[in-house]
Design a protein around this ligand. Sequence first.
Ligand SMILES: [Zn+2]
Length: 251
Amino acid sequence: MKGRITKYIDDRGFGFIKGSDEIDRFFHIKDVKSELKPEVGNSVEFTPSKNDKGEAARDVFIQPKVTESCGLCGSLMVARKGSHSYFLGCSSYPKCKGTKPLTNIEKPPKLKTVVLISCTGEQRPGRWKATELYESNSFNENLACAKILSDEVYILSSAKGLIELDTEVENYNVDQSAKTDKELDVWGAMVAEQMKEQGIDVDNSDFIILAWRHFYKPLLKYIKFYELPFYKVSPQDKSSKLKELLKERGV
Ligand SMILES: [Zn+2]
């Protein structure tokens, strides 16, 4: 059944949906099947059900606000329900049979992309602008890719936390992978604080983290939408992963 969210209490994780039959139904966040955060006004599809308190909705799918157009004919795409999952289909169906997977767009529209890249131990001696201090090929490769992906790029420094590309930094020797879990937690909390100071909206930004696990793992509890392109990628496959990432995004 189709409907609309009429009430949602974020901190308690439940709300109400008015169905196309005008009946108000209770839903809980655990019944939401998409990654989108429920908001009042969202169009939804759901399965009507009953619980001990009355009318309820389960398998709630929040319709993403689709802004993608069809690759075949240029018409706007709409979210459709398939037999096992949801996908984007051309709004000119059945005239046009264009489809796209929905997985990448189950996010609120207009998220700002923030790319985080990690520092490297290969540094020039002395004090330099961050982009000049780090001198490994790998760092420069990540930086070049990050700049293509977003205007908003920051470096995750094992010593200083979050730094801007042109921040002047003194050569340091801190191995992120040698830190204990507790030290990584402290580092993550520092970066979270620095993100706030930079005015990064952690709940409404799409983070792409071009860094290994010791850098991204301590941050995940502070951010909501993220991609980890290096997840389970070996260092020797990193370059091709970056190329793939750019290709996926049409750049
Ligand atoms: Zn089409």
